[in-house]
Design a protein around this ligand. Structure first.
Ligand code: SAH
Ligand code: SF4
Length: 424
């Protein structure tokens, strides 16, 4: 069944506590997807509810809706086509006007000045009445040598962090797919938080819209390298990519998704993603022994299985993978490690990106010296791999790879509200 409308305010009661209010969704929250049955709305499933159900003592089912009559459609949830279809499904008309309103808004970030012929004024009003163009609140924390980090309000004290990184002539936007992350990599600040929330597609798209329309920046490339494991939120990430391409006008080849190696979803990505969308894989270790120590995901899928999924992605000879490798002193930075990594990657179409370890709030590791980084890169090149060392940007504002978020930012969240964590 297709979503009929998005409710913008939901009251949630616990049955077991005889109507005690547990929590009210924030008014900006649009991720409660509802279906209409006769005259009343029924909540079928939603990410926030799924989280609530795991709170001990909470009995699912006691939901009551408020202001369901406000049938708001978040424009950031939709592609141009699906927006037009949704309007048509509700009004029985208006497909063309919905399409042009959508295009107008996505180009300018405002509906001011959108004009229609006089006889369509009423129709325009009906479309506007049920469409939300609202972006979540955000704050731009600091600016450091051109790198800009902005934190987007996701309700209930949670923030998703995004980073604008100016390169020579182009600007890359690094977006988050989750608040926190359950993968638990020991070198990553986001991993220390555990998973707090998986973002809806409109919340991912909103980060791009804020950069483009809120901050007025040109965005050339989008990388899913912010907070979270994109393949632990596969459907919403794929939905967001659909909106970015079929709404905000990004070509698939301007988008890169980075994964820590969630093998089953890598295979879905190979099958389902537009062939133009790039894939990056955080390999980060030369062998299973080291990888298992720093990346718990390696206990579920070892490096041989990971290589299998990478090979299936590259099969056909058209697509290649960006291999990310965080260099940590004394852990994975020796020349023997470089040779082992080169052997592991043999037969795959890859480019290698070396990322010197960025410091954490409480460090367990250290970056190697410049000479060691250069020697490692040289060894990879001698082994036949195109290898680049990622320039460190945004360290002072805690915006570099692996520095987003932090346990100190989630004080208001109790342990029970964490919805998942892999332990190292
Ligand atoms: N979860 C995804 C994408 C977000 S992390 C993934 O892991 O691929 C983006 C990149 O930052 C990954 O390649 C990850 O290995 C790297 N990273 C994590 N912690 C880091 C740190 N402390 N220093 C440098 N890079 C780090
Ligand atoms: Fe999650 Fe990626 Fe950080 Fe690992 S490196 S904890 S997968 S965000």
């Amino acid at each position: 069944m297709r979503p009929w409308f998005l409710v913008n305010r939901v009251m949630i009661f616990s049955r077991s506590r005889k109507g005690t209010l547990l929590r009210t969704s924030p008014s900006s929250c649009s991720s409660f997807i509802c279906f209409k049955f006769g005259g009343c709305a029924k909540l079928v499933c939603s990410a926030p509810i799924a989280q609530l159900d795991r709170v001990p003592g909470f009995e699912p089912g006691g939901y009551r809706f408020e202001s369901c009559s406000v049938q708001m459609i978040s424009i950031f949830y939709h592609t141009q086509d699906s927006f037009a279809d949704t309007i048509f499904a509700q009004l029985g008309k208006g497909r063309l006007h919905a399409r042009s309103l959508y295009g107008y808004f996505m180009r300018r970030g405002t509906i001011e000045g959108f004009e229609v012929e006089p006889e369509a004024e009423r129709l325009k009003g009906e479309i506007l009445e049920r469409t939300s163009f609202e972006l979540p609140g955000y704050r731009v924390v600091v600016e450091d040598g051109g790198t800009v980090k902005f934190l987007v309000d996701m309700g209930e004290g949670l923030e998703a962090e995004a980073v604008l990184i100016p390169m020579k002539s182009k600007t890359t936007l690094c977006v988050s797919s989750q608040v926190g992350c359950k993968m638990g990599c020991t070198f990553c600040e986001t991993g220390r938080m555990g998973l707090l929330k998986s973002l809806g597609r409109e919340e991912i798209v909103a980060q791009v819209a804020i950069a483009v329309h809120g901050l007025g920046r040109q965005v050339d490339n989008i990388v899913f390298m912010g907070m979270g494991e994109p393949f632990d939120n596969f459907d919403e990430v794929m939905g967001a990519i659909g909106v970015l391409c079929g709404g905000l006008g990004f070509g698939p080849s301007r988008i890169t998704v980075s994964t820590s190696g969630v093998v089953d979803m890598m295979d879905r990505f190979t099958e389902e993603a537009d062939p133009g969308v790039h894939l990056a894989v955080s390999v980060n270790a030369p062998n299973d022994e080291v990888r298992k120590r720093v990346m718990p995901v390696n206990r579920k899928w070892n490096m041989a299985e990971l290589k299998g999924a990478m090979a299936r992605f590259c099969a056909g000879g058209k697509r290649e993978i960006l291999v990310e490798y965080v260099l940590m002193e004394g852990i994975n930075d020796s020349l023997e490690s470089a040779d082992e990594l080169a052997e592991y990657l043999r037969g795959l179409r890859v480019k290698v990106n070396l990322i010197p370890y960025n410091p954490q709030k409480k460090d367990r590791f250290a970056p190697p010296g410049q000479d060691v980084i250069e020697a490692f890169a040289k060894k990879m090149k001698e082994n036949g791999y195109l290898t680049l060392v990622r320039q460190t940007k945004g360290q002072q504002i805690r915006a570099a790879c692996g520095q987003l978020g932090g346990v100190d930012k989630v004080k208001i969240w109790t342990q029970t509200k964490k919805i998942g964590r892999m332990e190292a």
